[in-house]
Design a protein. Sequence first.
Length: 491
Amino acid sequence: MVTASRAEAAYARAVTAFSTPTLDLLYGRFAPFVVASLSILFTADRASVPIADAHAELSEVLDELRGAGYDEDDRRVPAGSGRDVCRHWVRLGWLVQQIDDDVEVYRLSAHAVEALEIAGRTGGGRTRVSNSRVRTLLEAVEHLADSAEADPVKRLARLREERAALDAEIERIEETGQADPLDDEELLEEAENVLHLARELPADFTRVAESLKQMQRDVVAHLRRDERPTGEVLREYLQRAQDVMQSTPEGRAFAGALRLIGDPDRIDALTAQLSGLLRQPFAQMLDSGRRAELDAIGRRVELGVEEVLAAQRRASHVITGQVKTHDPLRDRQIDDLLRDVIAGLHSWEGAVAEPVRSMPLVDLGHLRQAVSDIRPPGAPAPLTDAADVEFLDVDTRAWGGPRYAELEEYVAGLGEEFDLAAAFADAADDTRRPVDLLGLLEIAHRNGMTESEDVSVVEALRPDGTTRRFAFGAVTARTTTARTTEEEAHD
């Protein structure tokens, strides 16, 4: 019989589990769309995406699915633009915003990575209790027992057994000259187990990086509230900044794993081994997606290590900078100001803001007037020639705006329709200035013009003899005569 307390405890644990962003993503209203979109945006070789690119790419996904009719069911595709959807995912804890090399990017949170791994593992077929998976478990338990063994006699006996088995295998191969690899079915089973283990790595790496970021935020928040002497604060937090990787359980676990996978030679060896496996006959039994996933394991490990180390460097930099500029009084003033701003923003929720329909007028009051002298002011003295002033012989009109009169006269002789680029190229030199190109476009727009998908390139001539090239959509224009004829025919 299950007691009420046990039932309530089990139910509370289930409620807690389903309140996490991981299960919220998988159980949400638009779960298939979220999983599909995130798997398109983020790949093994693309751990972060610039925010502008993510908004544009997600908008394309939304347009494509809506065009295919998936928006007919309101549970399939969410409303809004790609930007709106991404911001909603940030609020739900599925995407993380950060700055990489002065560019704002999105990264998957640990919850989103874990959800994608669960969806990928489930969608990849039924999980089997395979020989490879059971052996991995048994070997892990055996290694744990050996590592915890304190009796040297038992430890030596175990090592001698392993050495005897290795010596027997070496002797057999030397005698027969054959390695006797496993058959293709067993190798395929081993490969699936490797993929199963590799799918858990991105979530583990991301979880370590997020724990470092959380530690960074905790340290900075604690420092801003700190009222201890500055010297004591400096000693404690500078030391913590140096040992940031040892400040969290996840960081300590990763530091141990880094000793195994942080060696470049080991990563190169892993990549070479994976390339060799893909050339084996059993690899052809894997579908293209699994082969690509197997090939990307080395890159996935590199990106995971890089993500954690980048989070470590960023946390150390932020904490050190905060300690160096620590000013409790100023920090409290900033915190108070931010709280006032947030409170003010909350008070505006639901309020209607009246639009500004016109700018206020300046009230100048009454200007003083002097009537003592009713004569108008005298004209200024005429300019006189000065020997020390040099007057340049420059045609100021040549540097002015478009020469509309000449352009109108030129256009009138081009027939009913003409190509604007060709007309500009054939014009006289004094009407082929950049401003004259704008004037010609203005005349064409006024008289009626047609744009095409082609691109026209023209070369403009400035008054000083320099040239400049311009490119624009090809334009076919009409003359004033053609427009007048058309209007008369319409009347």
